[in-house]
Design a protein around this ligand. Structure first.
Ligand SMILES: Cc1cc2nc3c(=O)[nH]c(=O)nc-3n(C[C@H](O)[C@H](O)[C@H](O)COP(=O)(O)OP(=O)(O)OC[C@H]3O[C@@H](n4cnc5c(N)ncnc54)[C@H](O)[C@@H]3O)c2cc1C
Length: 307
């Protein structure tokens, strides 16, 4: 709660931007294999390692990051980007999402005060995975917005462009693209609602639990059956929503580019931007292959976990 008071007002008012730094050059889909290390020194933790692809990383004031202790246990930290030993460098040559600056971050004996440990020590991956549940939900919801714009652009362009004597909108194969985008939107939208409902149930449970004890953080783990099952449900439905909505957004953008013909091949059109930007959401917040494995493991049981 102290950390919330210190950092959230500045972040929610836009005065200070935050970044999330989990991915490393050799640890992407498998964050448990991260190489970044930390040790204790006096009143501080000293972090050493590299992260990359950190969104907002070039100008963020605060980064949530993760590192392992000498026993291999992962903890989460809030790192002020003015800290000694913190360096950020912009990553170049991205194919899309050009309004987001992604950074490669070097933690060179970066000094982090002990009060900036986020969550219980050794439970860093749980902190990361909680953030990813919300991240997947917001990616899926954002994908619905992308598809709505692809649909609006496709309708407007196909009504204005004439070939073979009539508007493109009168051609049945163009109508097929339009109807498929509409189906993509509706199927994704309802999965977003389903996932949001599961996430809300988990949130309500945690808020009620907090009223009972201020030791709630260390008590909400796998051993609490009700919490564990609500979390697994939220994890599952946000994975399904993100998987379907991201694939649908890329498919919709591809169809919209096709409706625009050569005009859609110009990077300056909205549909071309959606095509390039939506490609990324199939990769981040859990690459879609890994989400498929997660969804299957939820149904088959942990024994069949294939990742
Ligand atoms: C635009 C963009 C923004 C990003 N922003 C952030 C950010 O803000 N913070 C952050 O920490 N990270 C960020 N990332 C990184 C992102 O989370 C990772 O790219 C993602 O987790 C995948 O890791 P990887 O790229 O190392 O791919 P890998 O893990 O190397 O995977 C490569 C391919 O193999 C597949 N694969 C991996 N494991 C398995 C398996 N067991 N079975 C089958 N297939 C498998 C993957 O699905 C993928 O298709 C961003 C990435 C991009 C592209």
């Amino acid at each position: 709660d102290e950390q919330k008071k210190e950092y959230l007002p500045k972040t929610t008012s836009g005065k200070s931007i935050m970044g999330f730094a989990l991915t490393e050059p050799t640890a992407g889909s498998d964050p448990a294999s991260m190489q970044t290390k930390f040790e204790e020194k006096g009143g501080n933790f000293i972090l050493k390692g590299k992260k990359h692809w950190v969104g907002n990383g070039t100008f963020a004031k605060l980064i949530t990051t993760f590192a392992k202790d000498s026993e291999g246990k992962i903890s989460a930290f809030l790192v002020d980007t003015d800290s000694k030993g913190f360096k950020a460098k912009e990553m170049k040559n991205k194919m899309g999402l050009l309004t987001v600056k992604n950074a490669e971050i070097t933690l060179d004996d970066c000094v982090v005060p002990k009060k900036n440990l986020l969550g219980p020590r050794g439970r860093g991956l749980s902190v990361a995975f909680s953030a990813l549940i919300d991240g997947r939900l917001s990616v899926a919801a954002g994908a619905v917005g992308v598809m709505k714009d692809c649909l609006a652009e496709s309708i407007s362009y196909s009504k204005s462009r004439k070939q073979h004597g009539t508007e493109l909108a009168k051609k049945q194969l163009i109508q097929e693209h339009i109807s498929k985008i509409a189906v993509n939107i509706e199927s994704s939208r309802w999965l977003v609602y389903r996932a949001a409902f599961a996430r809300q149930k988990m949130y309500n449970f945690v808020e009620k639990f907090k009223e009972k004890t201020n030791q709630w953080q260390s008590m909400l783990d796998r051993n609490n059956k009700q919490y564990s099952s609500l979390r697994a449900e939220a994890d599952n439905f946000t994975s399904i929503a993100k998987f379907h909505a991201s694939n649908s957004a890329f498919d919709s953008a591809n169809r919209a580019v096709q409706i625009f013909g050569s005009e859609g091949y110009k990077k300056t059109t909205r549909v071309a931007k959606h095509f390039l930007d939506s490609r990324a959401i199939i990769i981040y917040e859990g690459a879609n292959e890994v989400l498929e494995l997660k969804i299957a493991a939820h149904l088959l049981g942990d024994k069949y976990r294939a990742y």
